[in-house]
Design a binder for this molecule. Structure first.
Ligand SMILES: *[C@@H]1O[C@H](CO)[C@@H](O)[C@H](O)[C@H]1NC(C)=O
Ligand SMILES: *[C@@H]1O[C@H](CO)[C@@H](O)[C@H](O)[C@H]1NC(C)=O
Ligand SMILES: *[C@@H]1O[C@H](CO)[C@@H](O)[C@H](O)[C@H]1NC(C)=O
Ligand SMILES: *[C@@H]1O[C@H](CO)[C@@H](O)[C@H](O)[C@H]1NC(C)=O
Ligand SMILES: *[C@@H]1O[C@H](CO)[C@@H](O)[C@H](O)[C@H]1NC(C)=O
Length: 507
Protein backbone atom coordinates (compact mmCIF):
# COMPACT_ATOMS: atom_id res chain seq x y z
CA UNK A 1 0.00 0.00 0.00
CA UNK A 2 2.64 2.44 1.09
CA UNK A 3 4.71 1.56 -1.90
CA UNK A 4 1.91 2.40 -4.24
CA UNK A 5 1.31 5.72 -2.60
CA UNK A 6 4.97 6.60 -2.75
CA UNK A 7 5.13 5.55 -6.36
CA UNK A 8 2.15 7.54 -7.40
CA UNK A 9 3.30 10.47 -5.34
CA UNK A 10 6.65 10.44 -7.05
CA UNK A 11 5.01 10.13 -10.41
CA UNK A 12 3.01 13.18 -9.52
CA UNK A 13 6.03 15.22 -8.63
CA UNK A 14 7.97 14.21 -11.69
CA UNK A 15 5.07 14.94 -13.95
CA UNK A 16 4.37 18.25 -12.33
CA UNK A 17 7.97 19.34 -12.69
CA UNK A 18 8.28 18.16 -16.24
CA UNK A 19 6.85 19.96 -19.20
CA UNK A 20 4.57 17.09 -19.82
CA UNK A 21 1.30 18.62 -20.97
CA UNK A 22 -0.33 15.37 -21.96
CA UNK A 23 -3.58 14.64 -20.32
CA UNK A 24 -2.96 11.03 -19.49
CA UNK A 25 -2.62 11.60 -15.80
CA UNK A 26 -5.89 12.46 -14.06
CA UNK A 27 -5.45 15.75 -12.29
CA UNK A 28 -7.93 15.02 -9.58
CA UNK A 29 -5.94 11.96 -8.68
CA UNK A 30 -2.90 14.14 -8.14
CA UNK A 31 -4.78 16.03 -5.49
CA UNK A 32 -6.26 12.95 -4.01
CA UNK A 33 -2.91 11.33 -3.53
CA UNK A 34 -1.41 14.41 -2.00
CA UNK A 35 -4.41 14.57 0.23
CA UNK A 36 -5.20 11.33 1.95
CA UNK A 37 -4.22 7.74 1.78
CA UNK A 38 -7.78 6.60 2.29
CA UNK A 39 -8.84 8.49 -0.79
CA UNK A 40 -6.30 6.56 -2.81
CA UNK A 41 -7.75 3.41 -1.45
CA UNK A 42 -11.20 4.46 -2.51
CA UNK A 43 -9.93 5.43 -5.90
CA UNK A 44 -8.38 2.04 -6.35
CA UNK A 45 -11.56 0.37 -5.25
CA UNK A 46 -13.54 2.43 -7.66
CA UNK A 47 -11.24 1.81 -10.60
CA UNK A 48 -10.95 -1.86 -9.84
CA UNK A 49 -9.00 -3.89 -12.28
CA UNK A 50 -8.47 -1.07 -14.71
CA UNK A 51 -5.89 0.36 -12.37
CA UNK A 52 -3.52 -2.34 -13.43
CA UNK A 53 -3.77 -1.02 -16.96
CA UNK A 54 -3.41 2.49 -15.68
CA UNK A 55 -0.30 1.42 -13.85
CA UNK A 56 1.20 -0.07 -17.00
CA UNK A 57 0.51 3.18 -18.79
CA UNK A 58 2.32 5.07 -16.09
CA UNK A 59 5.25 2.76 -16.45
CA UNK A 60 5.38 3.15 -20.22
CA UNK A 61 5.29 6.90 -19.92
CA UNK A 62 8.02 6.92 -17.35
CA UNK A 63 10.15 4.59 -19.39
CA UNK A 64 9.89 6.74 -22.47
CA UNK A 65 10.52 9.82 -20.41
CA UNK A 66 13.78 8.43 -19.14
CA UNK A 67 14.81 6.83 -22.40
CA UNK A 68 15.61 3.20 -22.93
CA UNK A 69 16.93 1.10 -20.10
CA UNK A 70 20.34 1.01 -21.74
CA UNK A 71 20.96 4.51 -20.66
CA UNK A 72 21.64 3.17 -17.18
CA UNK A 73 25.08 2.21 -18.42
CA UNK A 74 25.79 5.81 -19.36
CA UNK A 75 24.43 7.01 -16.10
CA UNK A 76 26.63 4.65 -14.14
CA UNK A 77 29.60 6.53 -15.48
CA UNK A 78 29.29 10.26 -14.96
CA UNK A 79 26.04 10.42 -12.99
CA UNK A 80 24.83 13.87 -11.99
CA UNK A 81 22.27 14.72 -9.33
CA UNK A 82 19.39 14.78 -11.73
CA UNK A 83 20.30 11.42 -13.20
CA UNK A 84 20.52 9.96 -9.77
CA UNK A 85 17.00 11.04 -8.91
CA UNK A 86 15.76 9.63 -12.11
CA UNK A 87 17.52 6.34 -11.50
CA UNK A 88 16.15 6.14 -8.00
CA UNK A 89 12.70 6.74 -9.33
CA UNK A 90 13.13 4.05 -11.94
CA UNK A 91 14.12 1.64 -9.24
CA UNK A 92 10.97 2.47 -7.35
CA UNK A 93 8.92 1.71 -10.37
CA UNK A 94 10.68 -1.57 -10.97
CA UNK A 95 10.37 -2.55 -7.38
CA UNK A 96 6.70 -1.65 -7.41
CA UNK A 97 6.19 -3.62 -10.55
CA UNK A 98 7.82 -6.64 -9.03
CA UNK A 99 5.42 -6.47 -6.14
CA UNK A 100 2.54 -5.49 -8.35
CA UNK A 101 0.41 -8.48 -7.54
CA UNK A 102 0.84 -8.06 -3.84
CA UNK A 103 -0.12 -4.41 -4.06
CA UNK A 104 -3.17 -5.01 -6.14
CA UNK A 105 -4.34 -8.05 -4.30
CA UNK A 106 -4.20 -6.18 -1.05
CA UNK A 107 -6.14 -3.11 -2.10
CA UNK A 108 -8.09 -3.84 -5.26
CA UNK A 109 -11.60 -5.17 -4.73
CA UNK A 110 -11.62 -8.90 -4.54
CA UNK A 111 -12.65 -10.42 -7.80
CA UNK A 112 -15.50 -12.63 -6.83
CA UNK A 113 -14.52 -15.88 -8.42
CA UNK A 114 -17.66 -17.44 -9.64
CA UNK A 115 -17.81 -21.15 -8.99
CA UNK A 116 -18.62 -22.24 -12.49
CA UNK A 117 -19.26 -25.76 -11.43
CA UNK A 118 -20.12 -28.00 -14.31
CA UNK A 119 -22.40 -29.93 -12.02
CA UNK A 120 -25.67 -28.58 -13.31
CA UNK A 121 -26.66 -30.75 -16.26
CA UNK A 122 -28.86 -27.92 -17.58
CA UNK A 123 -25.69 -26.13 -18.70
CA UNK A 124 -25.30 -28.45 -21.63
CA UNK A 125 -28.95 -29.13 -22.37
CA UNK A 126 -30.52 -28.15 -25.66
CA UNK A 127 -33.74 -26.15 -25.74
CA UNK A 128 -35.96 -29.27 -26.10
CA UNK A 129 -34.09 -30.92 -23.25
CA UNK A 130 -34.57 -27.88 -21.04
CA UNK A 131 -38.25 -27.84 -21.91
CA UNK A 132 -38.52 -31.53 -20.99
CA UNK A 133 -36.60 -30.88 -17.77
CA UNK A 134 -39.17 -28.22 -16.92
CA UNK A 135 -42.01 -30.67 -17.47
CA UNK A 136 -43.34 -29.48 -20.80
CA UNK A 137 -43.58 -31.33 -24.08
CA UNK A 138 -41.80 -29.84 -27.07
CA UNK A 139 -41.46 -30.40 -30.77
CA UNK A 140 -38.60 -29.62 -33.12
CA UNK A 141 -39.29 -28.68 -36.72
CA UNK A 142 -36.76 -28.38 -39.49
CA UNK A 143 -37.27 -25.77 -42.18
CA UNK A 144 -35.22 -24.97 -45.25
CA UNK A 145 -35.23 -21.35 -46.38
CA UNK A 146 -35.42 -20.36 -50.04
CA UNK A 147 -31.71 -19.58 -49.94
CA UNK A 148 -30.80 -22.95 -48.47
CA UNK A 149 -30.32 -22.38 -44.74
CA UNK A 150 -31.63 -25.20 -42.58
CA UNK A 151 -33.35 -23.82 -39.50
CA UNK A 152 -34.72 -25.46 -36.38
CA UNK A 153 -38.00 -24.22 -35.02
CA UNK A 154 -38.91 -25.30 -31.49
CA UNK A 155 -42.45 -25.51 -30.25
CA UNK A 156 -44.27 -25.91 -26.96
CA UNK A 157 -47.72 -26.88 -28.23
CA UNK A 158 -49.47 -27.40 -24.90
CA UNK A 159 -49.39 -26.30 -21.32
CA UNK A 160 -47.57 -28.35 -18.71
CA UNK A 161 -48.43 -32.04 -18.48
CA UNK A 162 -51.59 -31.65 -20.48
CA UNK A 163 -52.31 -33.43 -23.70
CA UNK A 164 -54.06 -32.00 -26.73
CA UNK A 165 -56.32 -29.11 -25.85
CA UNK A 166 -58.88 -27.03 -27.64
CA UNK A 167 -57.43 -24.71 -30.26
CA UNK A 168 -54.79 -22.52 -28.75
CA UNK A 169 -53.75 -19.04 -29.73
CA UNK A 170 -50.43 -18.87 -31.55
CA UNK A 171 -47.28 -17.01 -30.49
CA UNK A 172 -44.04 -16.89 -32.40
CA UNK A 173 -41.08 -15.83 -30.27
CA UNK A 174 -37.96 -14.51 -31.97
CA UNK A 175 -34.75 -14.12 -29.96
CA UNK A 176 -32.25 -11.29 -30.36
CA UNK A 177 -28.65 -10.78 -31.34
CA UNK A 178 -26.43 -13.68 -30.21
CA UNK A 179 -29.46 -15.50 -28.83
CA UNK A 180 -31.45 -18.67 -29.47
CA UNK A 181 -34.73 -20.34 -28.56
CA UNK A 182 -33.15 -21.23 -25.21
CA UNK A 183 -33.36 -17.55 -24.20
CA UNK A 184 -37.09 -17.92 -23.58
CA UNK A 185 -36.96 -21.05 -21.41
CA UNK A 186 -33.78 -20.70 -19.34
CA UNK A 187 -35.48 -19.00 -16.35
CA UNK A 188 -37.83 -21.97 -16.02
CA UNK A 189 -41.60 -22.32 -15.54
CA UNK A 190 -43.43 -19.29 -14.21
CA UNK A 191 -40.49 -17.07 -15.20
CA UNK A 192 -39.48 -17.79 -18.78
CA UNK A 193 -41.77 -16.08 -21.28
CA UNK A 194 -42.27 -19.29 -23.29
CA UNK A 195 -43.79 -20.99 -20.25
CA UNK A 196 -45.83 -18.02 -19.19
CA UNK A 197 -47.40 -17.90 -22.65
CA UNK A 198 -47.88 -21.63 -22.72
CA UNK A 199 -49.67 -21.54 -19.38
CA UNK A 200 -51.80 -18.66 -20.67
CA UNK A 201 -53.14 -20.77 -23.51
CA UNK A 202 -50.71 -20.13 -26.32
CA UNK A 203 -49.17 -22.55 -28.77
CA UNK A 204 -45.61 -21.26 -28.51
CA UNK A 205 -43.17 -21.39 -31.40
CA UNK A 206 -39.53 -20.48 -30.84
CA UNK A 207 -37.49 -19.39 -33.85
CA UNK A 208 -33.76 -19.86 -34.32
CA UNK A 209 -31.94 -17.54 -36.64
CA UNK A 210 -29.51 -18.83 -39.28
CA UNK A 211 -26.07 -19.43 -37.86
CA UNK A 212 -27.06 -19.99 -34.23
CA UNK A 213 -26.63 -23.20 -32.26
CA UNK A 214 -29.75 -24.79 -33.74
CA UNK A 215 -29.60 -23.43 -37.27
CA UNK A 216 -25.99 -23.94 -38.22
CA UNK A 217 -26.53 -25.81 -41.45
CA UNK A 218 -27.05 -25.16 -45.14
CA UNK A 219 -27.92 -27.39 -48.07
CA UNK A 220 -24.62 -26.59 -49.81
CA UNK A 221 -22.57 -24.10 -47.81
CA UNK A 222 -20.13 -25.22 -45.16
CA UNK A 223 -20.69 -23.48 -41.80
CA UNK A 224 -16.92 -22.92 -41.66
CA UNK A 225 -16.97 -20.87 -44.85
CA UNK A 226 -17.49 -17.17 -45.42
CA UNK A 227 -20.22 -18.01 -47.91
CA UNK A 228 -22.27 -19.41 -45.00
CA UNK A 229 -21.76 -16.40 -42.74
CA UNK A 230 -22.24 -13.85 -45.54
CA UNK A 231 -25.54 -12.51 -44.18
CA UNK A 232 -26.99 -9.75 -42.01
CA UNK A 233 -30.31 -9.28 -40.27
CA UNK A 234 -31.64 -8.19 -43.64
CA UNK A 235 -31.26 -11.73 -45.00
CA UNK A 236 -32.92 -13.08 -41.89
CA UNK A 237 -35.88 -10.79 -42.49
CA UNK A 238 -36.14 -11.73 -46.17
CA UNK A 239 -35.65 -15.49 -45.93
CA UNK A 240 -35.73 -16.94 -42.40
CA UNK A 241 -38.76 -15.10 -41.11
CA UNK A 242 -40.99 -15.75 -44.14
CA UNK A 243 -39.96 -19.41 -44.06
CA UNK A 244 -40.88 -19.71 -40.40
CA UNK A 245 -44.20 -17.88 -40.73
CA UNK A 246 -45.17 -19.82 -43.87
CA UNK A 247 -44.31 -23.06 -42.12
CA UNK A 248 -46.51 -22.32 -39.12
CA UNK A 249 -49.37 -21.42 -41.46
CA UNK A 250 -48.85 -24.65 -43.35
CA UNK A 251 -49.05 -26.61 -40.10
CA UNK A 252 -51.90 -24.77 -38.46
CA UNK A 253 -53.95 -23.64 -41.40
CA UNK A 254 -53.78 -20.52 -43.56
CA UNK A 255 -56.12 -18.58 -41.33
CA UNK A 256 -53.92 -18.92 -38.24
CA UNK A 257 -53.31 -15.59 -36.60
CA UNK A 258 -49.76 -15.45 -35.35
CA UNK A 259 -48.77 -13.13 -32.52
CA UNK A 260 -45.19 -12.17 -33.15
CA UNK A 261 -43.07 -11.44 -30.08
CA UNK A 262 -39.52 -10.35 -30.76
CA UNK A 263 -36.65 -9.31 -28.58
CA UNK A 264 -33.82 -7.04 -29.78
CA UNK A 265 -32.77 -8.23 -33.25
CA UNK A 266 -35.97 -10.25 -33.24
CA UNK A 267 -37.76 -6.91 -33.55
CA UNK A 268 -35.35 -5.52 -36.17
CA UNK A 269 -36.08 -8.43 -38.49
CA UNK A 270 -39.82 -7.98 -37.98
CA UNK A 271 -39.68 -4.29 -38.96
CA UNK A 272 -37.45 -5.11 -41.94
CA UNK A 273 -39.85 -7.83 -43.06
CA UNK A 274 -43.06 -5.85 -42.66
CA UNK A 275 -41.69 -2.81 -44.48
CA UNK A 276 -40.40 -4.79 -47.46
CA UNK A 277 -42.62 -7.87 -47.83
CA UNK A 278 -45.79 -6.04 -46.91
CA UNK A 279 -48.10 -9.03 -47.38
CA UNK A 280 -46.94 -10.26 -43.97
CA UNK A 281 -48.75 -7.33 -42.36
CA UNK A 282 -51.92 -9.29 -43.21
CA UNK A 283 -50.64 -12.67 -42.14
CA UNK A 284 -49.63 -11.84 -38.60
CA UNK A 285 -52.14 -10.83 -35.94
CA UNK A 286 -49.98 -8.29 -34.12
CA UNK A 287 -46.37 -7.57 -33.26
CA UNK A 288 -44.97 -7.14 -29.76
CA UNK A 289 -41.48 -5.69 -29.71
CA UNK A 290 -39.43 -6.10 -26.55
CA UNK A 291 -36.39 -3.79 -26.53
CA UNK A 292 -37.10 -2.73 -30.12
CA UNK A 293 -34.10 -1.96 -32.29
CA UNK A 294 -34.59 -0.08 -35.55
CA UNK A 295 -33.21 3.46 -35.41
CA UNK A 296 -29.91 3.67 -33.60
CA UNK A 297 -29.05 7.29 -32.95
CA UNK A 298 -28.57 7.02 -29.21
CA UNK A 299 -27.17 3.62 -28.50
CA UNK A 300 -24.84 3.03 -25.60
CA UNK A 301 -23.72 -0.43 -26.56
CA UNK A 302 -20.04 -0.78 -27.45
CA UNK A 303 -21.30 -1.53 -30.96
CA UNK A 304 -20.99 2.22 -31.36
CA UNK A 305 -17.23 1.90 -30.88
CA UNK A 306 -17.21 -0.10 -34.09
CA UNK A 307 -19.17 2.56 -35.93
CA UNK A 308 -16.20 4.71 -36.83
CA UNK A 309 -14.64 1.79 -38.66
CA UNK A 310 -17.83 0.69 -40.33
CA UNK A 311 -17.10 2.30 -43.70
CA UNK A 312 -14.11 0.02 -43.96
CA UNK A 313 -15.83 -3.32 -44.09
CA UNK A 314 -12.69 -5.22 -45.03
CA UNK A 315 -10.88 -3.83 -42.01
CA UNK A 316 -13.71 -4.70 -39.63
CA UNK A 317 -13.89 -8.17 -41.09
CA UNK A 318 -10.22 -8.64 -40.33
CA UNK A 319 -10.70 -7.22 -36.88
CA UNK A 320 -13.74 -9.25 -35.92
CA UNK A 321 -13.25 -12.35 -38.01
CA UNK A 322 -15.08 -12.45 -41.31
CA UNK A 323 -17.45 -15.29 -40.51
CA UNK A 324 -18.96 -15.80 -37.11
CA UNK A 325 -18.66 -13.07 -34.51
CA UNK A 326 -16.63 -15.10 -32.06
CA UNK A 327 -16.78 -14.36 -28.39
CA UNK A 328 -13.22 -14.90 -27.37
CA UNK A 329 -11.11 -12.57 -29.42
CA UNK A 330 -9.05 -9.56 -28.61
CA UNK A 331 -11.59 -7.15 -30.04
CA UNK A 332 -14.24 -8.36 -27.69
CA UNK A 333 -11.91 -7.73 -24.82
CA UNK A 334 -11.35 -4.27 -26.21
CA UNK A 335 -15.09 -3.67 -26.43
CA UNK A 336 -15.61 -5.12 -23.02
CA UNK A 337 -13.39 -2.51 -21.45
CA UNK A 338 -16.22 -0.13 -22.11
CA UNK A 339 -18.66 -2.06 -20.00
CA UNK A 340 -16.55 -3.96 -17.59
CA UNK A 341 -13.91 -1.62 -16.35
CA UNK A 342 -16.39 1.08 -15.65
CA UNK A 343 -18.84 -1.18 -13.95
CA UNK A 344 -16.37 -3.78 -12.71
CA UNK A 345 -18.44 -6.74 -13.56
CA UNK A 346 -16.81 -10.01 -12.87
CA UNK A 347 -14.76 -11.73 -15.47
CA UNK A 348 -17.16 -14.44 -16.56
CA UNK A 349 -19.66 -11.77 -17.49
CA UNK A 350 -17.08 -9.57 -19.18
CA UNK A 351 -15.87 -12.40 -21.33
CA UNK A 352 -19.29 -13.06 -22.76
CA UNK A 353 -20.09 -11.11 -25.90
CA UNK A 354 -23.79 -10.87 -25.10
CA UNK A 355 -23.26 -9.05 -21.83
CA UNK A 356 -20.56 -6.90 -23.40
CA UNK A 357 -22.77 -5.72 -26.24
CA UNK A 358 -26.07 -5.59 -24.43
CA UNK A 359 -25.23 -4.69 -20.87
CA UNK A 360 -25.77 -6.28 -17.52
CA UNK A 361 -27.92 -5.26 -14.64
CA UNK A 362 -26.64 -6.51 -11.32
CA UNK A 363 -29.86 -5.93 -9.41
CA UNK A 364 -32.24 -7.73 -11.71
CA UNK A 365 -29.79 -10.48 -12.55
CA UNK A 366 -30.55 -13.89 -11.10
CA UNK A 367 -27.12 -15.30 -10.35
CA UNK A 368 -28.43 -18.83 -10.16
CA UNK A 369 -29.01 -18.66 -13.90
CA UNK A 370 -25.48 -17.58 -14.74
CA UNK A 371 -23.91 -21.00 -15.38
CA UNK A 372 -26.83 -22.01 -17.59
CA UNK A 373 -26.74 -18.69 -19.42
CA UNK A 374 -23.03 -19.00 -20.04
CA UNK A 375 -23.72 -22.46 -21.43
CA UNK A 376 -26.24 -21.06 -23.94
CA UNK A 377 -25.17 -17.56 -24.96
CA UNK A 378 -23.74 -16.39 -27.26
CA UNK A 379 -25.48 -18.78 -29.61
CA UNK A 380 -23.96 -17.33 -32.76
CA UNK A 381 -24.22 -14.29 -35.00
CA UNK A 382 -22.48 -13.26 -38.18
CA UNK A 383 -19.90 -10.51 -38.09
CA UNK A 384 -21.76 -8.83 -40.94
CA UNK A 385 -24.83 -8.46 -38.73
CA UNK A 386 -22.77 -6.54 -36.23
CA UNK A 387 -21.26 -4.41 -38.96
CA UNK A 388 -24.74 -3.70 -40.30
CA UNK A 389 -25.79 -2.36 -36.90
CA UNK A 390 -22.56 -0.38 -36.58
CA UNK A 391 -23.24 1.21 -40.00
CA UNK A 392 -26.61 2.42 -38.82
CA UNK A 393 -24.99 4.07 -35.85
CA UNK A 394 -22.53 5.86 -38.10
CA UNK A 395 -25.17 6.92 -40.60
CA UNK A 396 -27.11 9.01 -38.13
CA UNK A 397 -29.12 6.04 -36.94
CA UNK A 398 -30.79 5.45 -40.33
CA UNK A 399 -32.70 2.16 -40.42
CA UNK A 400 -31.33 0.96 -43.73
CA UNK A 401 -30.03 -1.99 -45.69
CA UNK A 402 -26.40 -3.04 -45.65
CA UNK A 403 -23.98 -0.38 -46.87
CA UNK A 404 -21.55 -1.74 -49.46
CA UNK A 405 -19.93 1.65 -50.07
CA UNK A 406 -20.87 3.96 -52.96
CA UNK A 407 -19.73 1.60 -55.73
CA UNK A 408 -21.11 -1.54 -54.16
CA UNK A 409 -24.40 0.21 -53.42
CA UNK A 410 -24.79 1.14 -57.08
CA UNK A 411 -24.30 -2.49 -58.01
CA UNK A 412 -26.64 -3.81 -55.34
CA UNK A 413 -29.33 -1.13 -55.14
CA UNK A 414 -28.69 1.25 -58.03
CA UNK A 415 -28.26 4.15 -55.60
CA UNK A 416 -25.22 5.59 -53.82
CA UNK A 417 -26.83 5.10 -50.41
CA UNK A 418 -28.45 1.88 -49.23
CA UNK A 419 -32.25 2.11 -49.20
CA UNK A 420 -33.91 2.90 -45.91
CA UNK A 421 -36.54 0.47 -44.71
CA UNK A 422 -39.89 2.13 -45.47
CA UNK A 423 -41.20 1.89 -41.94
CA UNK A 424 -44.37 3.78 -42.92
CA UNK A 425 -45.45 0.70 -44.86
CA UNK A 426 -45.78 -1.31 -41.65
CA UNK A 427 -49.51 -1.64 -41.09
CA UNK A 428 -49.47 -4.49 -38.59
CA UNK A 429 -50.65 -3.36 -35.14
CA UNK A 430 -47.50 -3.15 -33.09
CA UNK A 431 -46.81 -2.61 -29.41
CA UNK A 432 -43.38 -1.42 -28.31
CA UNK A 433 -42.06 -2.34 -24.89
CA UNK A 434 -38.88 -0.54 -23.98
CA UNK A 435 -36.83 0.52 -20.97
CA UNK A 436 -34.82 3.59 -20.09
CA UNK A 437 -31.54 1.83 -19.41
CA UNK A 438 -31.44 -0.09 -22.67
CA UNK A 439 -28.02 0.14 -24.31
CA UNK A 440 -29.39 -0.72 -27.74
CA UNK A 441 -32.88 0.73 -27.78
CA UNK A 442 -32.88 4.26 -26.40
CA UNK A 443 -36.00 6.24 -25.53
CA UNK A 444 -35.45 8.66 -28.38
CA UNK A 445 -35.10 5.95 -30.99
CA UNK A 446 -38.03 3.89 -29.78
CA UNK A 447 -40.28 6.95 -29.62
CA UNK A 448 -39.19 7.91 -33.12
CA UNK A 449 -40.09 4.44 -34.34
CA UNK A 450 -43.42 4.49 -32.54
CA UNK A 451 -44.34 7.79 -34.17
CA UNK A 452 -43.90 6.25 -37.62
CA UNK A 453 -46.02 3.15 -37.11
CA UNK A 454 -49.31 3.18 -38.96
CA UNK A 455 -51.10 1.09 -36.35
CA UNK A 456 -49.39 1.57 -33.02
CA UNK A 457 -50.96 -0.35 -30.14
CA UNK A 458 -49.04 1.09 -27.23
CA UNK A 459 -45.59 2.20 -26.21
CA UNK A 460 -45.04 0.76 -22.77
CA UNK A 461 -41.95 1.80 -20.82
CA UNK A 462 -40.90 -0.64 -18.12
CA UNK A 463 -41.35 1.16 -14.80
CA UNK A 464 -37.87 0.47 -13.50
CA UNK A 465 -34.98 2.78 -14.34
CA UNK A 466 -32.23 0.13 -14.25
CA UNK A 467 -34.06 -2.33 -16.48
CA UNK A 468 -31.85 -3.09 -19.47
CA UNK A 469 -31.72 -4.90 -22.78
CA UNK A 470 -31.34 -8.46 -21.55
CA UNK A 471 -33.56 -7.99 -18.54
CA UNK A 472 -36.50 -8.50 -20.90
CA UNK A 473 -35.49 -12.16 -20.92
CA UNK A 474 -33.99 -13.00 -17.59
CA UNK A 475 -34.68 -10.30 -15.00
CA UNK A 476 -35.95 -11.46 -11.65
CA UNK A 477 -38.94 -9.18 -12.04
CA UNK A 478 -39.53 -9.61 -15.76
CA UNK A 479 -42.83 -11.46 -15.17
CA UNK A 480 -44.15 -8.63 -13.00
CA UNK A 481 -42.67 -5.72 -14.96
CA UNK A 482 -43.02 -6.94 -18.53
CA UNK A 483 -44.86 -10.21 -19.13
CA UNK A 484 -47.93 -9.26 -17.15
CA UNK A 485 -48.35 -6.21 -19.37
CA UNK A 486 -47.51 -8.22 -22.46
CA UNK A 487 -50.29 -10.73 -21.77
CA UNK A 488 -52.69 -7.85 -21.35
CA UNK A 489 -51.59 -6.33 -24.66
CA UNK A 490 -51.93 -9.72 -26.34
CA UNK A 491 -55.53 -9.91 -25.15
CA UNK A 492 -56.33 -6.33 -26.10
CA UNK A 493 -54.73 -6.74 -29.48
CA UNK A 494 -57.45 -9.19 -30.50
CA UNK A 495 -60.43 -6.91 -30.88
CA UNK A 496 -58.41 -3.97 -32.08
CA UNK A 497 -56.45 -5.85 -34.68
CA UNK A 498 -59.25 -7.00 -36.89
CA UNK A 499 -60.93 -3.64 -37.14
CA UNK A 500 -57.60 -1.96 -37.79
CA UNK A 501 -56.77 -4.38 -40.52
CA UNK A 502 -60.05 -3.87 -42.24
CA UNK A 503 -59.99 -0.11 -42.05
CA UNK A 504 -56.38 0.13 -43.18
CA UNK A 505 -56.44 -2.11 -46.17
CA UNK A 506 -53.05 -1.26 -47.56
CA UNK A 507 -50.74 -3.78 -49.15
C1 LIG B 1 -8.76 16.81 0.46
O1 LIG B 1 -9.72 16.34 -0.49
C2 LIG B 1 -10.99 16.92 -0.33
C3 LIG B 1 -11.93 16.25 -1.33
O2 LIG B 1 -11.25 15.62 -2.34
C4 LIG B 1 -10.93 18.42 -0.52
O3 LIG B 1 -12.20 18.99 -0.33
C5 LIG B 1 -9.93 19.01 0.47
O4 LIG B 1 -9.79 20.39 0.25
C6 LIG B 1 -8.58 18.34 0.36
N1 LIG B 1 -7.67 18.82 1.36
C7 LIG B 1 -6.46 19.28 1.10
C8 LIG B 1 -5.64 19.68 2.27
O5 LIG B 1 -6.03 19.35 -0.04
C1 LIG C 1 20.09 -2.87 -24.09
O1 LIG C 1 21.39 -3.30 -24.28
C2 LIG C 1 21.55 -4.71 -24.31
C3 LIG C 1 23.02 -4.99 -24.45
O2 LIG C 1 23.74 -4.10 -23.69
C4 LIG C 1 20.74 -5.24 -25.53
O3 LIG C 1 20.81 -6.67 -25.55
C5 LIG C 1 19.30 -4.83 -25.39
O4 LIG C 1 18.56 -5.23 -26.54
C6 LIG C 1 19.19 -3.33 -25.25
N1 LIG C 1 17.82 -2.97 -24.98
C7 LIG C 1 17.24 -1.95 -25.57
C8 LIG C 1 15.79 -1.70 -25.18
O5 LIG C 1 17.78 -1.24 -26.39
C1 LIG D 1 -16.53 -22.41 -4.46
O1 LIG D 1 -16.16 -23.77 -4.39
C2 LIG D 1 -15.25 -24.06 -3.38
C3 LIG D 1 -14.86 -25.52 -3.45
O2 LIG D 1 -15.69 -26.23 -4.29
C4 LIG D 1 -15.87 -23.72 -2.01
O3 LIG D 1 -14.96 -23.96 -0.98
C5 LIG D 1 -16.27 -22.25 -2.00
O4 LIG D 1 -16.93 -21.94 -0.80
C6 LIG D 1 -17.19 -21.94 -3.17
N1 LIG D 1 -17.43 -20.51 -3.21
C7 LIG D 1 -18.64 -20.01 -3.40
C8 LIG D 1 -18.73 -18.53 -3.44
O5 LIG D 1 -19.63 -20.70 -3.55
C1 LIG E 1 -21.81 -12.13 -50.15
O1 LIG E 1 -23.08 -11.56 -50.34
C2 LIG E 1 -23.13 -10.54 -51.30
C3 LIG E 1 -24.53 -9.98 -51.40
O2 LIG E 1 -25.38 -10.48 -50.45
C4 LIG E 1 -22.70 -11.09 -52.66
O3 LIG E 1 -22.67 -10.04 -53.60
C5 LIG E 1 -21.32 -11.71 -52.53
O4 LIG E 1 -20.97 -12.32 -53.75
C6 LIG E 1 -21.30 -12.75 -51.44
N1 LIG E 1 -19.96 -13.25 -51.27
C7 LIG E 1 -19.71 -14.55 -51.10
C8 LIG E 1 -18.28 -14.93 -51.00
O5 LIG E 1 -20.58 -15.38 -51.02
C1 LIG F 1 -33.43 -17.64 -9.93
O1 LIG F 1 -33.35 -18.78 -10.76
C2 LIG F 1 -33.62 -20.01 -10.10
C3 LIG F 1 -33.38 -21.14 -11.09
O2 LIG F 1 -34.21 -21.05 -12.19
C4 LIG F 1 -35.03 -20.00 -9.55
O3 LIG F 1 -35.28 -21.21 -8.86
C5 LIG F 1 -35.22 -18.81 -8.64
O4 LIG F 1 -36.55 -18.73 -8.22
C6 LIG F 1 -34.83 -17.51 -9.34
N1 LIG F 1 -34.88 -16.40 -8.41
C7 LIG F 1 -35.58 -15.30 -8.65
C8 LIG F 1 -35.54 -14.26 -7.60
O5 LIG F 1 -36.23 -15.16 -9.66
Amino acid sequence: MKLLVITLFLVTIIIKSSECTQNWFPRNLVQTIANETSLVKNYVKEKGRSLRQFYNNVQDKITSYFGSSNRTEEIMHGEGREERIKRKFKEYIEDAQEKENVIFDSIAPKKSHYNCSDDDPAIRMTTPQLIALHGYVSESHTITTDDGYILTLHRIPNAKNIGAQPPRKTALLHHGLLGSSADWVIPGPGKGLAYILSDAGYDVWLANVRGNTYSRAHISKNPDSFAFWNFTFHDVSQHDLPAVIDYIMEKKGWDVKINYIGHSMGTTVLFALLSTKTQYNKVLRAGYALAPVAYMTHIQSPIRLLAKFSDNIAYLMTLLGANEFLPHNAVLRWLSKHACEINHYEEVICENSLFVLCGHDEKQFNRTLLPILLGHVPAGASTRTLIHYAQEVRNGGRFQQFDYGPEGNYKMYGTPLPPEYPVHKITLPIALISSENDWLASDVDVSNLYARLANPLEHYIVPLKEFNHIDFLWAKDAPRLVYHKLLQLLEDGASKTYTDLESNDIS
